[in-house]
Design a protein around this ligand. Structure first.
Ligand code: NAG
Ligand code: NAG
Ligand code: NAG
Ligand code: NAG
Ligand code: NAG
Ligand code: NAG
Length: 355
């Protein structure tokens, strides 16, 4: 075999050199590899990283010399260990079988292994491929992000494994949507508030269960008032004005009566601000409380407002038999006044409902 042949087939040359070293092959005799009948090595061996791999070679009593080699060295020749690696052990050297085992297999152990035997003075080899599988592992994933509506988002999920894992992205909450990306990159241009929530990256190969990791995408948007209704309340009763707004980050609320801002802690009045609404409670509505109220909802991205009317309502006609309305029954002046105010405010209330 010439130098050119060695350059073309370095692995094969190494094996031949090793075999010559072992005197398994007399110089000049070509080595037949991949012999279909003998020696019969097993098919490719597939193991997971960390497991043990057994390399078996079937022999018979005509066999005089045996050896296992990897790509670069002789591992075992007969009962003699030629390598220093403590993970490599002889499993069996019998009349029928010559096997070695590699413990705690790692990815660098992957590759071809050669079983070499000498029978009736003829050297023969058989090759087996050790395939090492590794569970998928996500090694790099985008952090949670906060972005203004309309912005562009780019999420990345990098995973390793053998074979190479398949990577997918899904939008899983608040509503589960199907797969939205079949690779490690997820690009969203002009993101909408509906596209906020949790995104899940999944990396899978056939080695073990898929691994998943989540990224939270927060989409900021200015407040939007979804509900602000005018309310009718009789004098002396409890009245509530409600202003509902959605916004991210949550809106801050302010109330105005006509052009005047309502002071916090005003007597007989309670303001409750929550993430999605603000509630104005009048514990005992008086004539002066009636009027036009404006709720202003704001966050970093903007503000919006809605107006509503707290108008006088007479419950007398509706519930003549009940207690609360009795306040008006005993006072005909108040009754007439409230009646006319009610009529005046009707178109206003109608107008306000259209906001
Ligand atoms: C063994 O593995 C090698 C390398 O991966 C491949 O080319 C060959 O087809 C495999 N043979 C069998 C029988 O699976
Ligand atoms: C061959 O085996 C030797 C001894 O275990 C080891 O040092 C070497 O890395 C192996 N080479 C390959 C290509 O597996
Ligand atoms: C988002 O991407 C689109 C299309 O690639 C581009 O036209 C637009 O300028 C980008 N917007 C921002 C805020 O970067
Ligand atoms: C409501 O206010 C009126 C006038 O100030 C008062 O007469 C009445 O007792 C109050 N009602 C309640 C339930 O506090
Ligand atoms: C309510 O919104 C209108 C229109 O955007 C704006 O002109 C007005 O100043 C706002 N009112 C308050 C009290 O913020
Ligand atoms: C209430 O006040 C707002 C803001 O001052 C105004 O735009 C609106 O027309 C008023 N509503 C009614 C019914 O008067």
């Amino acid at each position: 075999m010439g130098v050119g042949g060695c350059l073309a087939l370095p692995w094969r040359c190494l094996v031949v050199l090793c075999l010559r070293l072992l005197f398994l092959v007399p110089a000049g005799v070509p080595v037949r590899s991949g012999d279909a009948t003998f020696p019969k090595a097993m098919d490719n061996v597939t193991v997971r990283q960390g497991e043990s791999a057994t390399l078996r070679c079937t022999v018979d009593n005509r066999v005089t010399r045996v050896a296992w080699l990897n790509r670069s060295s002789i591992l075992y020749a007969g009962n003699d260990k030629w390598c220093l690696d403590p993970r490599v052990v002889l499993l069996a050297n019998t009349k029928t079988q010559y096997s070695i085992q590699i413990h705690d297999v790692d990815v660098y152990d992957e590759g071809p292994y050669t079983c070499s035997v000498q029978t009736d003075n003829h050297p023969k080899t058989s090759r087996v491929h050790l395939i090492v599988q590794v569970s998928p592992k996500i090694i790099d994933i985008s952090s949670d992000i906060s972005i203004n509506e309309g912005g562009n988002v780019s999420l990345t999920c990098i995973a390793t494994g053998r074979p190479d894992p398949t990577i997918t992205w899904r939008h899983i909450s608040p509503k589960a949507v199907g797969f939205i990306s079949e690779d490690e990159y997820l690009e969203i241009t002009g993101i909408t508030r509906e596209q906020s929530g949790e995104y899940e990256c999944s990396a899978s190969n056939d080695v073990s269960a898929p691994v998943v990791q989540r990224v939270k995408v927060t989409v900021n948007y200015p407040p939007y008032i979804s509900d602000a209704k005018s309310t009718g309340v009789p004098v002396g009763q409890k009245g509530i004005l409600l202003c509902e707004a959605s916004a991210v980050p949550s809106a801050e609320f302010q109330w105005y009566k006509d052009d005047k801002r309502l002071a916090e802690g005003q007597k007989g009045l309670k303001v409750e601000n929550k993430a999605f609404f603000s509630r104005l409670t009048f514990f005992n509505v008086s004539e002066q409380d009636y009027g036009n109220y404006t709720c202003v909802a704001s966050n970093q991205l903007g503000n919006t407002n809605a107006s509503m009317i707290l108008y006088e309502e007479t419950t007398t006609a509706l519930t003549p038999w009940k207690g609360p309305g009795a306040v008006h029954d005993g006072n005909s002046g108040a009754w007439r006044r409230s009646g006319s105010a009610w009529l005046l405010l009707l178109p206003l209330a109608h107008l306000a409902r259209q906001f």
